[in-house]
Unconditional design. Sequence first.
Length: 276
Amino acid sequence: MDNSLPQPGAGENNIEGITRSVIGIDMLERYTGADAGEIQDYILLTNFTRYISEFETMFPTSIRRNGSAFTSVNWVEGGLSIIDYKIGSPTAALAMDLLSYRKPKAVLMLGLCGGLNKKLKIGDFVLPMAAIRDDGASNHYMPQRVPALPTFNIQKITSQVLDDYNLDFKTGVIHTTDYRFWEFDEVFVSKLKEERAIAIDMECATLFVVGFARKLPIGALMLVSDLPLTREGIKTKSSANQVFREFTNLHLKSGIETLQRIQKEQNNVDLRHYGW
């Protein structure tokens, strides 16, 4: 891929001749620390440096870049990248928006979530089929009435990987909120129970909506890290470290295998299977 900045496109909105795509690529490179051409076509997203370090260990020839906001590791030989965009809905929206100018072929979020369903336990995988939009950032990309849905074929291939690994997983709706310490808000918890969402997180709905708005295929494989509706299940520093020690490697391997299968099937699978 040509690492130079794209030229302004015909009809693209611009400010005195400078277009969104030019600024988007420039900002992507500044925030990730990597040239746009170094970022690969198949991308994992994470919130945690532990995943970045594990990825580097798995692929010793990969290149780590520390940008002004994100950290990226790019394995050029394997066509894979992983980006730690930190945490929350606004940075999730920013990461997806900037990546859309690079035009990768598939993005998979490897995130942690709180289990809400009583059948879930710490270490379980959740494959979201939809997300409740209780964030703020996604409203800048699509009206509230537009549902937050992942790219179906990415979720389908992820489920096949989990099946092949004999890993149990649950599907359902995930609630995305930008409200922290909601566990102590009885009104919020009561409404949460009425929704029957299977899990709760801070990014999925944002990622799905921005992916849809920016025509970027996006899926998510979530790991239950805590059970916030129970006193014993609220995440602490100690319990979070335990989750990382026990499950990061398996979570990461499952995500890598998913993207590698999509790579192999790219000529046979239309991830978006629709057009605009």
